[in-house]
Design a protein around this ligand. Structure first.
Ligand code: FE
Length: 188
């Protein structure tokens, strides 16, 4: 009986670890002011400073689920705030070949350039690098009995997708993104 209990404990522990990967990415634990929360800068404002969507300091944005639900569609909320995954091949951005930038659908932070987009054949918009490494963050995602590197917006913590080490040159990285987490802004 003792060995049975030990086995049960082991199985339960493994299940709990698998199911409780990074269930959510706390955008910020510093409790920034409401003013910060309201300061959702459009990509254009960010680009005005550096010309390439760069900014030196990423000020975090924190909102409650109720606040996010007011500005996101149910699908955006599911992917960005609940770590969901859109069905492969469903995003209009998957085959988008126009020149421009891809910004966070939740907070507008510039995330990827069309210059680094490539056709991965996966059914999700894919890039070989972010527009600025400071604009994305990563965590280890151990859900679904796998260990993957989850990618999120550095400003609002919104879940974007995952990055894999099987991308094309020059980085060898494949940022596999949910199109619903992105908005495309065509270059003028
Ligand atoms: Fe964001």
């Amino acid at each position: 009986m003792k060995s049975f209990s030990a086995l049960t404990t082991l199985v339960l522990s493994a299940w709990l670890i698998a199911c409780n990967g990074p269930a959510s990415v706390p955008p910020s634990a510093t409790g920034e002011s409401a003013a910060l929360n309201a300061a959702i800068m459009p990509a254009a404002a960010l680009m005005a400073g550096g010309g390439k969507g760069r900014t030196d300091v990423i000020e975090k944005i924190t909102k409650t689920d109720a606040e996010w639900k007011k500005i996101l569609t149910p699908e955006q909320f599911y992917v960005l705030r609940e770590h969901g995954t859109e069905r492969a091949g469903t995003s209009e951005l998957n085959h988008n070949k126009k020149k421009g930038v891809y910004v966070c659908a939740a907070c507008g932070l510039t995330l990827f350039s069309s210059d680094t987009k490539f056709d991965s054949g996966t059914g999700w918009p894919s890039f070989w690098a972010p527009i600025d490494p400071k604009h994305v963050g990563t965590t280890v995602d151990r859900s679904f009995f796998m260990s993957r590197t989850e990618v999120h917006c550095a400003r609002c913590g919104g879940h974007l997708g995952h990055v894999f080490p099987d991308g094309p040159p020059p980085t060898g990285q494949r940022y596999c993104m949910n199109g619903v987490s992105l908005k495309f802004e065509e270059a003028k």
